[in-house]
Design a protein around this ligand. Structure first.
Ligand code: 5GP
Ligand code: MG
Ligand code: MG
Length: 178
């Protein structure tokens, strides 16, 4: 595969991400202060760095589980089908659940995943996304917490890839073709 050359422009620094996570975790800990044990659900693969930092800032009893969803664009992008490639290991009925996503873009993925998890009757279900691109929304979905609103740019780093690369960058950057 030949790759078009590109550079990555830093959009959100590692320091800014860490500061935002601290603030978000104070709010999350308040929301779930009475929880028995919070199930923190990471959506693979993009959220793996975010969830790792998030749970280490969260002063709550937690469990971690993962789910992998994939969306397939068809002729009409707005009717995109979301498929579950890997489901949770544990049951969530009657549990407090926090779904952790990297980016809300069209909204299809988190909309579908939260509807699916709701059908399993958790006691409380909340969602958090590190990044939000509101200008790209196709379905009416709002995460309960958002790290940063960003413009319509293709971003990488901090767990997020471009063709499986750049996940290990400590910051969020925008891809710019040169
Ligand atoms: P949605 O279903 O909200 O359109 O899609 C969300 C998913 O699309 C994200 O979890 C992420 O995997 C992918 N995505 C959206 N925007 C970007 C982006 O700028 N960069 C990368 N690498 N993935 C993105
Ligand atoms: Mg994703
Ligand atoms: Mg991806």
């Amino acid at each position: 595969m030949t790759e078009r050359p590109y550079v990555i422009d830093e959009l959100i620094s590692a320091k800014a991400i860490a500061a935002r996570i601290e603030a978000l975790c104070r709010e999350i800990a308040t929301e779930f202060r009475d929880t028995d044990k919070l199930v923190v659900v990471g959506l693979l693969r993009g959220s793996f760095v975010f969830i790792a930092d998030l749970v280490r800032e969260l002063d709550l009893p937690i469990e971690v589980d993962f789910l992998e969803a994939s969306s397939y664009g068809d002729a009409t992008e707005s009717s995109r089908e979301v498929r579950i490639l890997k489901d949770l290991r544990g049951a969530i009925e009657g549990r407090d659940v926090l779904v952790v996503e990297d980016i809300v873009d069209t909204g299809h993925t988190l909309n579908h995943v939260t509807q699916l998890l709701h059908s399993r009757k958790p006691a409380r279900l909340k969602s958090i996304a590190l990044l939000d691109k509101p200008s790209r929304r196709e379905v009416d979905f709002r995460a309960d917490w958002i790290g940063f609103e960003i413009p319509d740019e293709f971003v990488v780093g901090y767990g997020i890839d471009f063709a499986q690369r750049n996940r290990n960058l400590p910051f969020i950057g925008a891809v710019r073709f040169t």
